[in-house]
Every structure is written in structure tokens, then in C-alpha cells.
Design a protein around this ligand. Structure first.
Ligand SMILES: [Zn+2]
Length: 165
């Protein structure tokens, strides 16, 4: 779009049909310039611009504005918008990082929970075994005590019977 200079009626003389098409006033596209030097200025351009191979058709529609007055204002506005965009992007990045961090924490907390549950299961299992061992040892102790009692009673009986005559 910078191939033409001068007033609104200038047309670039570069018509070349790369893929066989050739734009004319009837089938070209009306667009608006976003470049800071010609910001907001409308032009007729190739209908295939940004789509496929373009033929190079170009013609300004609006007259050239007084650049020395508008360009600084436009540039200021653009840089303001760019700054705002940058701030928004930074905020988005920060919120994404925070989200990622909280997701990470959630995952870690879940892993800890699973580990703790496993640990508790193991502890309960061993507690059950200890209780069983305690009961068995008490039963064994009682059994031994009873054996000793019986043994001493038998001895007493035997001693008494021996002493009787
Ligand atoms: Zn074209």
C-alpha cells in the first residue's frame, strides 16, 4: 500500500496477475489503513490480499490527511493502546501462572492425601496384628499358669499321699 504516493487519485501501476486474476474497480476490496502514517485512510486493494497471491491493485480513496497534525496523535493513541494491551497480557500471564501454581498445589495435596490414607491403612493393619499378638500372649500366659497350678497341686497330692502312712 505504500507503493503509491501523492493525492487520492494515484493508482499503483503494478498490475500483475500471479494466479490469473486481475483486480479492477469493480472487484477490488475497500480497506482501511492501520499503519501509523496513514492510519484510518481508506484504500482500494486487491481482493486476494491476505488470502492468496495478490495482483498488486492499489488505490487510495481518502485524501492524504495532514500527517504532521494527526500522526503524532495517532501514534500516541496507538502507543497508549499498546501499553494497555501489554498490561492486560501481563495480567493474563500472571493469572495463568497463579492458576498453574494452584493446580500444582492441588495435585500435591491430593498425592499427600493418598499417601496418608495408605499409611493409615498400614498402621491399622499392624495395630490389628499387635492386638492379636497381645491376646495370644495373654492366653499363652494363662495356659502356662494353669499348667503350673495343676503341676503343683499334683505334687502336693503326691507328697500328702506319700506322707500318709
Ligand atoms: Zn487482485
Amino acid at each position: 500500500m505504500s507503493s503509491s504516493t501523492g493525492n487520492g487519485s494515484t493508482t499503483s501501476g503494478f498490475y500483475r496477475a500471479i494466479d490469473g486474476h486481475l483486480c479492477t474497480h469493480e472487484n477490488c476490496a475497500l480497506r482501511t489503513s492501520r499503519k501509523s502514517g496513514n492510519y484510518g485512510r481508506r484504500f482500494l486493494g486487491c481482493s486476494q490480499f491476505n488470502v492468496g497471491p495478490k495482483c498488486g491493485f492499489f488505490q487510495w480513496v481518502d485524501n492524504e490527511t495532514c500527517r504532521s497534525e494527526t500522526a503524532p496523535l495517532v501514534r500516541e493513541r496507538i502507543s497508549m493502546l499498546e501499553n494497555e494491551l501489554q498490561i492486560v497480557n501481563q495480567r493474563e500471564m500472571r493469572s495463568r501462572e497463579m492458576e498453574e501454581r494452584s493446580n500444582q498445589r492441588e495435585r500435591e495435596a491430593h498425592e499427600l492425601y493418598v499417601e496418608a490414607r495408605e499409611e493409615l491403612k498400614k498402621i491399622r493393619e499392624s495395630e490389628r496384628l499387635y492386638k492379636l499378638a497381645l491376646v495370644l500372649s495373654w492366653l499363652f500366659f494363662i495356659f502356662v499358669m494353669l499348667l503350673l497350678c495343676f503341676a503343683s497341686m499334683n505334687n502336693n497330692v503326691r507328697v500328702r499321699t506319700l506322707n500318709l502312712p
